[in-house]
Write a protein that binds this ligand. Sequence first.
Ligand code: PEP
Length: 248
Amino acid sequence: MRKPIIAGNWKMYKTISEAIEFANEIKHDCDTENVEVVICAPFTIIKDLKNALEGTNVKIGAQNFHYEDEGAFTGEISAKMLREVGAEYVIVGHSERRQYFNETDETVNLKVKKALSESLTPIICVGESLEQRDSGITEKIVTDQIKAAFSTVSPEEAIKTVIAYEPIWAIGTGKTATSAQANEVCLEIREELLKIYGEETSEKIRIQYGGSVKPGNIKEIMSQSDIDGALVGGASLVAEDYLKLIKF
Ligand code: PEP
């Protein structure tokens, strides 16, 4: 039985005071039964948000990091630094990072391995563009991203990861993949994991859907056989909506 995981991706939104205000709005009402609940926040907020949500089941994650331990990498941040401020999750390979910051399948794989070695749970994003979907190559694009991300990752480590299937055309656009479209690709991802790791391991890895998830559509999305959670951008920034999402 895979435990559902709902994660907010706050992107480059919220100052410390705004994050604390959000925490105060949700903290007496955010207990969920059998749902893992995460907020992936900007670096500067992580520590204060963690403190503000102390005593709740909300875990804090980051949205990116560098795969090296340390070094002359101006502007970068390491997995150890994230752990030190209390992050337990980190998004890896979000399409915005692939598109604007040169994230590649190779760096995604390096980050997955480094996150795991530092006991950070990587939320590994994969997904196709609208052009790729229209050309009928969604399955190839997504399974190639999965193969690359999990290259030389052991089955014991693989089960600690979370995958987020996020069709690029559905992120921040208001266009949601239908639940059937989303589940179809999540099934293809699980079949690829089955080829790589066998049944026992592939059945344990959680796959989220992401792309314009809102309080109004999360129930339908979460009812699908191979969707184990959601990675939510815009709607996760509003306390009232976040509470509805985690209590889907
Ligand atoms: C995201 O940022 O990963 C995302 C899915 O955004 P949104 O929910 O706003 O589409």
